[in-house]
Design a protein around this ligand. Sequence first.
Ligand code: FES
Length: 195
Amino acid sequence: MVEINLVGLGLGVTLTLLAVSLHYARGTGWSPTGDISQEVLEKRASAVPETDFPEPMNRSIGGGAAPAGAVAGGEEGAELEEGGEADESGPADIPEDEIEYFEVEFAKQGETIELANNETILEQGEEEGWDLPYACRQGQCVSCAGQITSGGNSEDYVVHDNQQMLDDAELDEGYTLTCVAYPRADFTIETGEAP
Ligand code: FES
């Protein structure tokens, strides 16, 4: 019995000493690996081509689409402002003391009225109370078209402020877009006549 107890005691002491020595051992040391996530993101970003439009995935890895878009927006704004200044002078910009009036016969209405050269045919017809056709009022459809029947090209009688719908042949037949047409001579017009 005594021998068994001594063996057990020796084993216990040995294990205890081993545990204590391991507890105080210094080990081989450990240091964390460096954070390379930023480096990886930069490499991926450099492999992605720049784009001119917002692209969320590209932007999320630093592709630079957002700053490019922001700058482009600013430039567009500047261009618009410049364009606005360039558009300032048009057929309607006539000083008060230089406004002229022309005799214009509205055939369908059966009336001849004086039209000023700084307002459109459509506006002045509406001021008479006539229900004249129109839609865009910007020369970009043909809803307001009319035909000048005094002979020859309509632009012998009116100046169009940027009409984009009538071609040369139609102008030659006397067609005009009344929403952007400013009188420059006497004439007769059939309203509500499109080519
Ligand atoms: S209303 Fe559209 S062109 Fe005159």
